[in-house]
Ligand binder design. Structure first.
Ligand SMILES: *Cc1c(COP(=O)(O)O)cnc(C)c1O
Length: 379
């Protein structure tokens, strides 16, 4: 089956008792057993809930893995991956990383004796320099947030395999419609379903998918043991969101391309970061591993003034000033004071998150209106 068919049909079937075509919201904590140990596959909703189960099968199918797990947030999903490790283990991670992931790694897990290294992976072979016998996990985000760097997943997968380490890819920005890391050799795919999978800015959720049975056993054991599961209502919302993922992402990409090109011609704009430009240092890799380039764009202003950046994000009308991304509506953000405030200034500037950097999550509105809004704000 191809993508759109799977997005709509995988994991779901009409309710047997009523014929309801949509998966019901099974708002229940427990399940009546016919006799001791004689049940219909569901015993307690932390362990498994039918609405969540349908979603977990659906997302696994569109990521080309066999096993999916849904968590209370993207960070809870990442937390589950790191809990597969033991004290003394080492993690090599992309340096240009979602701020919350960086905070989880450095302020929570570092004190349990797990060592993290943050590495520029724009040249994948650089990863090899950091591999030690203790390297157990390589964590990749691509495209990265907010600099839109591209990491060659296939090349890093080869290094991970040789090192005997797991490769996990945060696929939040690309979505499985644009990029399927398991096909490129990744062991685990992670999503903040809060973003494009949900797609309507009405839910917070995390997802893991793997095609490796051994890893899946650990994943489900940790999910059940730590209990950071998502709710039936939220599972329903994300299942619904995924049914239109391909349609939404197509429009995000179209609008994103138009706005990225428009920005490059604006006299107040300095640099524009978007993997669709031929001048992007890893454009060829983006082209190889992604179907299109997405609707996430970052840009800087001439003069690099924080006041100018603050004025612009305030002046826009249609673009809402907010954290998060991936919803149908367009958002604008200022990474240095919002998403990346938890990263020290010196660290963030090394990766390009300078004071005037502005990030756009281009929505699916009419692009002419979005451009007019940016034009008035920049002028
Ligand atoms: C939002 C986000 C996360 C964290 O997900 P939450 O659902 O907010 O916990 C992780 N990675 C990326 C790339 C994100 O954008």
């Amino acid at each position: 089956m191809k993508f759109a068919t799977k997005a709509i049909h995988a994991g779901v079937h009409p309710d047997e008792s009523t014929g309801a075509i949509m998966t019901p919201i099974y708002q229940t904590s427990t399940y009546v057993q016919d006799g001791v140990g004689n049940h219909k596959g569901y015993e307690y909703s932390r362990t498994l809930n039918p609405t969540r189960h349908a979603l977990e099968k659906n997302i696994a199918a569109i990521e080309n893995g066999r096993f999916g797990a849904a968590f209370g947030s993207g960070l809870a999903a990442i937390d589950c991956v790191v809990k597969m490790l033991s004290p003394g283990d080492e993690v090599i991670s992309t340096n240009d990383l979602y701020g919350g992931t960086y905070r989880l790694f450095t302020t929570i897990f570092a004190k349990y004796g797990i060592k993290f290294q943050f590495v520029d992976m724009s040249d994948a072979s650089n990863v090899e320099n950091f591999v030690t016998p203790n390297t157990k996990l390589i964590w990749v985000e691509t495209p990265t947030n907010p600099m839109m760097n591209i990491v060659d997943i296939e090349a890093v997968a080869k290094i991970a395999k040789k090192a005997g380490a797991m490769l996990a890819v945060d696929n939040t920005f690309a979505t499985p419609y644009l990029q399927t890391p398991i096909d490129l050799g990744a062991d685990i795919v992670m999503h903040s379903a809060t973003k494009y999978l949900g797609g309507h800015s009405d839910v917070v959720m995390g997802i893991l998918v793997t095609d490796n049975e051994e890893i899946s056993k650990e994943m489900y054991r940790i999910q059940n043991s730590t209990g950071a599961v998502t709710a039936p209502m939220d599972s329903f919302l994300v299942l619904r969101g995924i049914k239109t993922l391909h349609l939404r992402v197509q429009r995000h990409c179209e609008n994103g391309a138009k706005i990225a090109h428009w920005l490059t011609k604006h006299p107040k704009v300095d640099k524009v970061y978007w993997p669709g430009f031929e001048s992007h240092p890893n454009h060829a890799i983006a082209k190889k591993q992604m179907r299109d380039f997405g609707g996430m764009i970052s840009f800087t202003l001439k003069g690099n003034n924080i006041e100018d950046a603050h004025a612009i994000v305030k002046k826009v009308d249609l673009f809402a000033l907010a954290e998060s991304l991936g919803g149908v509506e367009s958002l604008i953000g200022h990474p240095a004071t919002m998403t990346h405030a938890s990263i020290p200034k010196e660290e963030r500037e090394k990766t390009g998150v300078v004071d005037s950097l502005i990030r756009l999550s281009v929505g699916v509105e009419d692009v002419e209106d979005l451009i007019a809004d940016l034009a008035q704000a920049l002028n």
